[in-house]
Design a protein around this ligand. Sequence first.
Ligand code: FAD
Length: 266
Amino acid sequence: MKRAELCKVADIQLLAHGLYKLKIEASDVAVSARPGQFVHIRIPGDKSRLLRRPISIYDAYHEEGNIEIVFQVVGEGTRILSAVKPGDLLDVLGPLGNGFTIPKDTRHLFIVGGGCGVAPIKFAASKFNHTRSTCFVGFKNRDAVYGLQEFKKSCDRLLVATEDGSIGYKGMVTEVLEDELKQNSPDLMLACGPVPMLKVIQQMAEQFDVPCQLLLEERMGCGIGACMTCVCAVRAGEDYAYKRVCKDGPVFWSREVILGETANEC
Ligand SMILES: Cc1cc2nc3c(=O)[nH]c(=O)nc-3n(C[C@H](O)[C@H](O)[C@H](O)COP(=O)(O)OP(=O)(O)OC[C@H]3O[C@@H](n4cnc5c(N)ncnc54)[C@H](O)[C@@H]3O)c2cc1C
């Protein structure tokens, strides 16, 4: 059973409008964290906010005993989190969930992140660097772009898209992905982003016959599989069943998961 730990904030940085990178001294999490896993953070100093907030691990440095998270301020919890200072203590539970799994014989990975889904895939890009990887990242516009240098260092090839064309390809990141899939056949795709984007990627994975894992950012409660707040539907033969995003996921095979309207539309 995972225990929550009080961890010291080492650094906080504003990366883009409303988007923060937080470095946390969390040696136990750093040692065992895998790409796709998340930490569940209690919002400091606010007793009315009993629920923790799930944030993916952006990177983990086990030698230094630090982890990084990148989060967008969307509501009160993340607003309070954005105001922490180095030296403050955070109550952190994790690493939680099942992350991405890479079969041993994988030779070429496509890693795709759009909008809110860019941060959760960075750890996969830096950790799975023993295999050839092409990263696709999509943002709304220039003001929302971050992390390109880190992605460049982590993968073999980086393709950037912005909806207004202010940086990189003009359009959706899924359009760049489709062009590449017409020319290359990766062994595996990993993706995170808003549900409409994940639905497009799910269809492409089927069309181009590429195995694909999707990271879902469903709203959740306990984070450890007890409260059933975050269930998603999965195929079960001719029928369907429910799985918990926090405990069985947040990463699912695209072939099995049924993406619904209830999931995160960030
Ligand atoms: C496994 C997982 C990993 C995540 N990783 C990241 C990450 O790396 N970076 C990041 O910025 N965010 C991530 N999120 C989303 C993050 O947890 C929410 O944005 C956060 O909990 C919002 O808290 P809040 O108190 O600020 O907002 P609230 O006041 O709770 O909500 C404000 C608004 O945000 C919406 N919202 C809240 N939580 C979610 C959610 N989980 N999904 C979609 N919409 C939501 C609400 O519907 C509401 O419109 C992740 C979520 C999950 C489940």
